[in-house]
Design a binder for this molecule. Sequence first.
Ligand SMILES: NC(=O)c1ccc[n+]([C@@H]2O[C@H](COP(=O)([O-])OP(=O)(O)OC[C@H]3O[C@@H](n4cnc5c(N)ncnc54)[C@H](O)[C@@H]3O)[C@@H](O)[C@H]2O)c1
Length: 444
Amino acid sequence: MKLTVVGTGYVGLVSGACLAEMGNDVVCLDVDAQKIAILQGGGIPIHEPGLDQVVVRNVAAGRLSFTTDVERAVAHGVLQFIAVGTPPDEDGSADLQYVLAAARNIGRHMGEYKVIVDKSTVPVGTADKVRAAVAEALAERGQAIDFSVVSNPEFLKEGAAVDDFMRPDRIVIGAEDERAIRLMRDLYAPFQRNHDKLVVMDLRSAELTKYAANAMLATRISFMNELALLAERVGADIEQVRLGIGSDPRIGFSFLYSGCGYGGSCFPKDVKALIRTAEESGRELRVLRAVEDANEAQKRVLIDKVVQRFGADLSGRRFALWGLAFKPNTDDMREAPSRVVIDALLGRGASVRAYDPIAMREARRTLGEHPRLGFADSAGDALQEADALVIVTEWKEFRSPDFARIRAALKQPVIFDGRNMFNPAAVEAQGIEYHAIGRLGAKG
Ligand SMILES: NC(=O)c1ccc[n+]([C@@H]2O[C@H](COP(=O)([O-])OP(=O)(O)OC[C@H]3O[C@@H](n4cnc5c(N)ncnc54)[C@H](O)[C@@H]3O)[C@@H](O)[C@H]2O)c1
């Protein structure tokens, strides 16, 4: 099939490349000329495991190309995927300006039937707005060309995006006409040879499904984070509790880790947007409000522990910081808890020397210059001259560190672990003071 993907970010580039991998002929469009130039030059503007091989292979096969030429892109695909950003507006609602701009462009240039597929995460009712934007652009041209609008929310996880796209748990399709549903079924047939994964529903339910999924996952995290703080108070170990409840099949083990808060480009903004949707429709989502409040507080838990240990005035202190990305296997720094921790440490006069296996370039770009913020070449290098180590992202390479080396390098052998990576007793046995989140045997 001929496909166009509008927006070549984490979702657009992965979707475009994986759809080309299945034999489709894909054109990826972006307004960011720099991004397109990198891709046309054989580079990949983001870090996503395995993505480079898929892109290179499909570009070489002539099935995948990149452009800033709107007219060419719209003319190409019978299916037009919209995968542009939907950042939070000032009031927390999803800002739809990029989605609607993409829709208008399609209306301005289409010359035959198109299926316009919303892949961006968009609030309930957006399909109607997309339909109106396309219809208005067509009317301005005096054209009456048939088109369909479909909602096809994306559930891939950064860091495992290619795998997730190639082997989806489910493919949600919100659509109201048979012609569009048939095309979507044909498109996704190669992704579900094992069993039918397509869940076809009405448009509004599909739009709400994406928010419901992220809100549920965020809820599990905030729930465990609050329980971890309670565990600290009452002398219990959240890790034991996690094992104890996760083994219940009704609960399961996923997304039960406590830590220093969720971040990233999706959970924070999607939770806010769903709360806003509820407000606008006159219904309050009380549970979700609490989820958001708990997460805001949780992002400050690490810094509270540092202050409790070293005092409120941290001037003259230096902290090693391991992990900048909002989670492992990505370079994404959007809403990363590391940003809150770094801001708070710098704000209290401390110096920070940070290390991340992948996100250093992105961190330099997003955090900007600060005279007391430096970046180390390795995890070991970050420790030099530091008073203590703060761990914010659970990268694999931090899982089994040389504790003797950490103890020797730090001025004071203290670890603040925002991801509960180690066994408290084992770390303490190495002569290191260990502060974790809700762990028995660690310092509070
Ligand atoms: N990142 C994720 O893990 C993830 C997962 C599922 C869903 N989503 C959703 O998918 C959407 C995209 O997210 P992302 O992380 O890929 O965003 P992103 O910021 O990485 O990419 C968006 C791209 O769209 C481009 N763009 C903006 N306006 C455009 C226009 N009019 N025409 C062409 N290109 C345009 C931008 O230049 C940018 O390159 C969001 O709604 C997000 O919530 C993201």
